[in-house]
Design a protein around this ligand. Structure first.
Ligand code: ADP
Ligand code: MG
Length: 729
């Protein structure tokens, strides 16, 4: 036992960085080498088909099935020149990963041989035979088929020998079973609604894009140590482990020098990512030891989501080449920071304007304030839903702890923007603007002639912070599919902007000038959404009380937080905007509750096994050594001296006995609690039972295990400890 432990740790120490050769070309030359992007479309398609496809991508016009054949032919030709033999529809089922089933290009040629073929039909649509993706009861067995359908707005790409075609995944009866289908609908809806609002300011705007720039945090651990931790292997986090004497208290890791072996992994990952067209730009150490961050330049939301899914799978693959395992779990280690995935979100027009960025003219700034205030309305009205969109069994460990956004959604605006909003809210209408000029507008804010929003005014405790030209949704979990948050946010924004348009138009119809109408509605919205605006410290307890008084959602139980998806106003919003039906929302909630239960169930089983197979036996063995020692001492020393010398060991013997008894009893109790919970039929109630009854037991048992770790002989302890997992790189 002890030998194994030391072999594992020693090997980890000896690992050297794998040399990653620098490609001969520059990133600009190999960027998107493996992507069927416009360059390749232009080269491999006729100009007629190219133009049609670009029109589908840029303007969302309907895909003409007749072009699919030629597109497939072009893709195949390009892919085969790159050595590709297989293709797959690549989709995002309601798990946190992606799914793919590879088929070879080959077909019978009718002469006893085969030829390479890839038809438009195969490109456009497929029926995955796997009927075991999460579906919340939508697909009962007799209609177990689902369809995947090509999403031309995200380009096909090559991984190894396979051409991957991004697709949506829907049921036989048309309900979405993935993240992409509702995301595309939400993006379409926000585009339409935002264009209408933009036209108050610039009639030339034809399209509004939703942008997403994610920042991916992760941990790296040595793969040998990882393999010796069944909890990491099976649940993605350590279910036990005492704090390392040193962890992050010296704050010496954040932005520190990147260790060689890690730098080599990062370089390799970045080269692969760039070849796949992912514009990775930023890398640095994060707060916790062995924690890092990677961020690309922001992109159109659908593409950014695909790229994030792709980078997570690349990270898993590339880390292994370097003798690491990547941990994407939100909280792999207790007592040090967890990992998030900040979602930087904004809207921008086809005329090149970022709608959440202040501008030079007063008109620009009225537009800017319009979009910011509508966003605040969204966050205010749907704070519970936004929280639900980022909630999971794993992210629950991170939120609300003193390191990550609290489990209450609020919005930080910073000093300058707050001042502007206060001014708009309180100033008298006539004082605020005078009708002048062609546009009929002069936004007269004397203190702030040109809005220069200070980008450095940050508040790390805010879950939804304004950061100069965008909002940063910081509560998203590191392991999550960003689409979940982006569906909720963009759908709510689409609904909100349509409402804004209605309100403004109603005033204009009554004869109010446009600018005056816009300002009046903005003023009203600033007042309504006030409770969501909070620039203070989100970590402190007073904020919890204050937030409750303000009527914000303060629920912390994840299964109950999911109820937000089924509130009448939420259902009505998703249905009106045309993103999801009640049936789809209900099915997805079933999946969320079921997944929650399963995650806690697996953790409980793994903890039970480890407690009984690793911890109790080792502790007992050490206890036996102590007992032997006590007996032998007795032979050596006279009674009085023996009593004195053995007192400490007797204490240890007793402590080990107490703790192992506690562990054994509570592991049994946890099994019984699971049996009771498993009998509950309703997924929601079952998840609540797992949350209320079983999850706390994991912590109670762990407490005693971690105490044992401190007293049991280090040579005997089978599991790598935090100081090894966190500091060996
Ligand atoms: P930090 O928030 O840590 O200062 P950065 O300034 O590097 O990080 O930006 C984080 C992410 O935000 C990057 O992906 C960046 O491209 C993205 N981002 C910047 N501006 C916008 C915007 N207007 N809309 C969406 N994302 C943006
Ligand atoms: Mg950031």
């Amino acid at each position: 036992m002890s030998k194994l432990r030391f072999r594992v740790v020693e090997t980890a120490f000896k690992k050297k960085a794998v040399e990653v050769p620098t490609p001969a070309e520059r990133p600009s030359e190999y960027f998107a080498k493996y992507v069927f992007n416009r360059d390749k479309m232009f080269k491999y398609l006729s100009s007629k088909v190219y133009n049609k496809l670009v029109d589908v991508i840029d303007n969302g016009s309907t895909l003409d099935r007749s072009i699919a054949g030629e597109v497939a032919e072009g893709m195949k030709k390009w892919a085969m020149e790159m050595g590709v033999t297989h293709y797959t529809h690549w989709f995002h089922p309601l798990t946190e990963g992606t799914a793919e089933k590879h088929d070879a290009f080959i077909e019978h040629d009718g002469k006893g041989g085969v030829l390479e073929e890839f038809s438009g039909k195969l490109l456009a649509q497929q029926e995955p035979d796997a009927s075991s993706f999460p579906n919340g009861g939508i697909r009962n067995t007799f209609e177990a088929r689902g369809y995947t359908a090509w999403d031309p707005s995200s380009p096909a790409f090559i991984v190894d020998d396979t051409l991957c075609i991004p697709t949506i995944f829907i049921s036989y009866t048309g309900e979405s079973l993935d993240y992409k289908a509702p995301l595309l609908k939400a993006l379409r809806a926000v585009d339409k609604a935002a264009v209408e609002v933009c036209r108050y300011f610039d009639p030339k705007v034809k399209k509004v894009y939703s942008y997403l720039g994610w920042e991916q945090e992760y941990f790296l651990v040595d793969e040998g140590l990882y393999a010796a931790r069944p909890d990491l292997l099976l649940t993605g986090r350590t279910l036990m482990g005492h704090d390392s004497a040193k962890n992050q208290q010296l704050e010496d890791h954040y932005f520190g020098a990147i260790p060689t072996r890690v730098a080599s992994f990062m370089k390799d990952l970045e080269i692969e990512a760039l070849k796949l067209g992912i514009p990775v730009k930023t890398r640095h150490n994060e707060v916790a030891p062995n924690q890092f961050e990677l961020a690309p330049i922001f992109e159109e939301c659908n593409l950014a989501v695909d790229h994030n899914m792709l980078i997570m799978s690349l990270m898993r693959k590339v880390s292994r080449r370097h003798g690491f395992r990547v941990l994407l779990h939100e909280k792999p280690f207790k007592g040090v920071n967890g990992s998030g995935k900040h979602n930087n979100w904004s809207l921008g027009t086809d005329t090149g304007i970022l709608l959440m960025a202040p501008g030079k003219t007063q008109e620009d700034n009225l537009r800017f304030i319009t979009f910011v205030v509508n966003t605040l309305m969204v966050v205010y009205k749907h704070n519970g839903l936004l929280k639900a969109s980022i909630s999971s069994a794993t992210n629950a460990h991170r939120l609300g702890a003193n390191e990550a956004p609290p489990a209450i959604i609020s919005s930080f605006l910073g000093k300058q923007l707050s001042q502007v909003l206060d001014y708009l809210e309180t100033s008298d209408k006539d004082e605020l603007f005078t009708v002048a000029g062609k546009q009929g507008m002069k936004l007269d804010i004397p203190q702030i002639p040109e809005l220069m929003i200070d980008n450095t005014d940050r508040n790390r405790t805010s879950p939804f912070a304004f950061t100069g030209n965008r909002f940063e949704f910081r509560a998203v979990g590191s392991e999550a599919n960003c689409a979940s948050a982006m569906i909720a946010l963009n759908t709510a924004m689409a609904e909100q902007l349509a409402m804004f348009k209605q309100d403004v138009d109603a005033l204009i119809e009554k004869g109010e000038p446009k600018v005056s109408a816009i300002l009046e509605v903005i003023r009203k919205y600033i007042k309504i959404s006030k409770p969501i605006h909070f620039d203070g410290n989100g970590y402190c307890d007073e904020w919890k009380e204050e937030a409750a008084k303000r009527g914000l959602d303060c629920e912390t139980s994840v299964p109950v937080i999911f109820d937000n998806y089924l509130k009448p106003e939420t259902i009505s919003m998703f249905e009106t905007v045309g993103v999801m039906s009640q049936k789809e929302l209900e099915a997805r909630n079933e999946v969320k509750w079921e997944t929650y239960t399963k995650k806690i169930q697996i953790e409980a089983r793994v903890l039970g096994d480890l407690a009984m197979n690793h911890i109790v036996p080792v502790a007992t063995q050490y206890q036996t050594d102590l007992i032997n020692n006590v007996y032998k001492m007795k032979d050596l020393y006279p009674n009085e001296k023996w009593e004195k010398l053995s007192a400490k060991n007797l204490e240890l013997i007793e402590e080990i006995a107490d703790r192992t008894v506690y562990i054994k009893e509570h592991v049994d109790a946890m099994v019984e609690a699971r049996k009771v919970a498993n009998k509950i039929e309703h997924e929601r109630e079952k998840a609540i039972a797992y949350h209320d009854k079983i999850a706390p037991m994991l912590e109670e048992i762990r407490y005693h295990i971690d105490k044992l770790e401190l007293i049991v002989d280090n040579q005997m302890w089978t599991l790598p400890k935090y100081r090894e997992l966190l500091f060996i790189r």
